[in-house]
Design a binder for this molecule. Structure first.
Ligand code: THU
Length: 160
């Protein structure tokens, strides 16, 4: 038996001013998208913005339902819409922001397990990194690759 280290290195920014204008733009789009969330049950409004290889930015917000599991997270709303519109275009980056009581939350929200699974599927398929930006009120965490979010993941290779 041997031990295997599955560590991940992420970039942590303590202020938005440290980020590139492109990253700030993506975060702003995610915040605006989050304001359109339909989240009457949790009150947790999430916005996501996806930057495509062709330069287009596509946004999404969480959509809840009285039958709770029928709702969908902001990340998957944005990513599925992007891939439905441009199946051949790679996704470069995804920014995620959570809003509570009208304000961006202090601690950056992180995608749920199902969203992580969806992200690594597209990252594997496109063969290039899909990086994830988790933005809090001040602190922002940049994860270089979606695979960093889900070590030992299940994917298409297991089905071969
Ligand atoms: N949610 C997201 O949209 N993205 C996340 O990363 C975490 C959770 C949504 C799902 C649900 O509508 C609400 O936030 C509370 O879980």
């Amino acid at each position: 038996m041997k031990k295997k280290n599955l560590s991940v290195i992420v970039d942590v920014y303590e202020s938005r001013t440290e980020l590139s204008p492109e990253n700030n733009e993506l975060i702003e789009k995610a915040i605006n998208a989050g304001r359109n969330a339909y989240a009457p049950y949790s009150g947790f409004h999430v916005g996501a913005a996806v930057l495509l290889e062709n330069g287009e930015i596509i946004t999404g917000s969480n959509q809840e339902n009285a039958a709770y599991p029928s709702g969908l997270c902001a990340e998957r709303v944005a990513v599925f819409y992007a891939k439905a519109k441009y199946p051949e275009v790679a996704i470069r980056q995804l920014a995620v922001v959570a809003i509570k009581d009208g304000v961006v939350v202090e601690t950056p929200a992180s995608p749920c397990g199902a969203c992580r699974q969806v992200l690594i599927e597209y990252e594997d398929q496109q063969g290039s990194p899909l990086s994830v930006i988790l933005a809090g009120k001040e602190q922002t965490i940049v994860i270089p690759s979606s695979s960093d979010l889900l070590p030992l993941s299940f994917g298409s290779k297991e089905l071969e």
